[in-house]
Write a protein that binds this ligand. Structure first.
Ligand code: LLP
Length: 387
C-alpha cells in the first residue's frame, strides 16, 4: 500500500469508491484565494458541476468562494452546503420555471442568460414575484479553445449563448424589460485549456466588446469569463496544483477592467480534479493472445471521461510491491466495449485483489456517475474520514 498518498484503512472499504485528498484540496483553494485577494475586483466561483460531494462543498465554502450553478439541484446543494446565495451565478440553456423561481427566491447574484425566450420567461416570473432579476448575457466570443470537441464552447453555432452580432439587440431588450436588471456579460470558451493564448484571446475579445458598448453608453458592472483552466492529467503526482499564477496574471494584465467593475471566474476542474482518485479492485487478470487485461470492479458508470471523451487518466497500482512491470489494458465490468479506462498501461505485475487508483478523477467523475447495469452509485470518502 502506498501509504504516503493513501491512508491506512482504505483497503477495507468496499470498492469502487472515490478518495479525496482534502489536504491537497485545501492547498489548491488557498492558492486560488491568494490570487483572488491580490487582485482587486476578482471573484472566483466554484463550478459545482465538477463535483458536488457535500464534504468537498463544505471545505470549498470555508474559503469564501462563490458558486456557479447550472440547475435548481445545484443551487439547492450550494445552499445546503452554506454558500452565500449572493455569490451564486446561475447559467444553463434550459432553465425550468421552478429553477428560475428558486434563484429569485434566494436573491442570487445573477442569472447568466443564454437566449431571448429565456430572458422573457425570467421577466415574466420576476414580474409575478414583483422582484427584479439580475441578469448577465452569455455571449459567444468565438475564440477557439483547443480542446476536445465535446467540451469546446463559445463558438458562434453552439447551443450555448448569444452571438456577438445579436449582443446590442439583446441588451436593448434586457434594458426595456421592467423586471430585469442588466448587470453585464458572461463568457466561457471551453474546458481543459492549458494554453494561456486562448485566455489572452478571450481578454482581447472582451476588451473589444467593452469598447464597443462603452461607445453606446452601455455600462457593465460584471464581466464573467467562465472557467476552463486545465490540469496536468499526465503527471498529477508532481504537478498537483494547476497553473493559477499564469491564469490569473493573464486576466490581470490583459483584461481592461473599468472602475468599480468585478471580474468573475467559474473554475471547476482546476479546483477539484487533482484531489480525487477512483479506487478500484482488480477482479481478474486475463491473458489474451496479444494483450493482457486488468479487469477492475469500476466501470464507466463510476468514471465516464475515458469512454466519453477519450480522456487520459494516469493509472497506478497502489498495493503491489512487485518490481517487475507488465503492459495491460485496464477495463471495467460493464457490458459495453467502450468500458475501457486505458490501453497499454505499464503497471507492476498485477494480481487479483490489487488496488488500482485512477488519478485526477476529482472533477467530472462522481458527478457524472450513473447506475447503468443496476450498479450501485459510487460513493466518495475523504482523507478526513480516516483521521
Ligand atoms: N462555466 C461554464 C459556463 C461551463 O459550462 C463550465 C463547464 C465551467 C464554467 C467550468 O469549466 P471548468 O473550469 O471545469 O473547465 N464533463 C467534461 C467537462 C464539461 C465542462 C462543462 N462546462 C469533462 O469531464 O471534461
Amino acid at each position: 500500500m502506498n501509504t504516503k498518498r493513501y491512508p491506512k484503512g482504505l483497503e477495507s472499504i468496499q470498492t469502487p469508491f472515490y478518495y479525496y485528498d482534502t489536504d491537497l484540496l485545501r492547498t489548491t483553494l488557498a492558492s486560488i484565494k491568494n490570487y483572488e485577494d491580490a487582485n482587486e475586483g476578482f471573484c472566483v466561483h466554484y463550478a459545482i458541476k465538477a463535483n458536488a460531494n457535500p464534504k468537498l462543498l463544505s471545505i470549498i465554502q470555508e474559503y469564501g468562494l462563490g458558486i456557479d450553478c447550472v440547475s435548481g439541484g445545484e443551487i439547492q446543494a450550494s445552499l445546503d452546503a452554506g454558500f452565500d446565495p449572493r455569490k451564486i451565478v446561475f447559467a444553463g440553456v434550459g432553465k425550468s420555471d421552478w429553477e428560475i423561481e428558486l434563484g429569485l427566491d434566494n436573491d442570487i447574484l445573477c442569472f447568466n442568460v443564454e437566449s431571448i425566450p429565456e430572458l422573457e420567461v425570467i421577466n415574466e416570473i420576476a414580474t409575478k414575484k414583483k422582484k427584479k432579476a439580475n441578469v448577465c448575457l452569455r455571449i459567444n466570443p468565438e475564440v477557439g479553445a483547443h480542446t476536445h470537441t465535446n467540451i469546446a464552447t463559445g463558438r458562434a453555432e453552439d447551443k450555448f449563448g448569444i452571438s456577438m452580432e445579436d449582443m446590442e439587440t439583446v441588451i436593448q431588450l434586457t434594458q426595456s424589460l421592467p423586471y430585469i436588471h442588466f448587470m453585464g456579460l458572461h463568457f466561457h470558451i471551453g474546458s481543459q485549456i492549458l494554453d494561456m493564448a486562448d485566455f489572452e484571446a478571450l481578454c482581447e475579445r472582451v476588451n473589444e466588446l467593452q469598447d464597443r458598448l462603452e461607445a453606446q453608453q452601455v455600462k457593465l458592472e460584471i464581466i464573467n469569463v467562465g472557467g476552463g483552466l486545465g490540469v496536468d492529467y499526465n503527471s498529477p503526482e508532481t504537478n498537483d496544483v494547476p497553473n493559477f499564477k499564469d491564469f490569473f496574471n493573464t486576466y490581470r494584465e490583459r483584461l481592461h477592467l473599468r472602475e468599480g467593475q468585478t471580474l468573475h471566474f467559474e473554475l471547476g476542474r482546476a479546483v477539484v480534479a487533482q484531489c480525487g482518485s477512483l479506487i478500484t479492485k482488480t477482479l481478474y487478470v486475463k491473458k489474451g493472445n496479444q494483450r493482457q487485461f486488468v479487469i477492475v470492479d469500476a466501470g464507466f458508470t463510476d468514471l465516464i471521461r475515458p469512454a466519453l471523451y477519450q480522456a487520459h487518466h494516469k493509472i497506478v497500482n497502489i498495493t503491489s510491491d512487485e518490481t517487475e512491470t507488465e503492459t495491460y489494458d485496464v477495463v471495467g465490468p460493464i457490458c459495453e466495449s467502450s468500458d475501457v479506462f486505458d490501453t497499454d498501461v505499464v503497471l507492476p505485475k498485477t494480481k487479483r485483489g490489487d488496488l488500482i487508483a485512477i488519478l485526477s478523477a476529482g472533477a467530472y467523475g462522481e458527478t457524472m456517475a450513473s447506475q447503468y447495469n443496476c450498479r450501485p452509485l459510487v460513493q466518495g470518502y475523504t482523507k478526513d474520514d480516516f483521521a
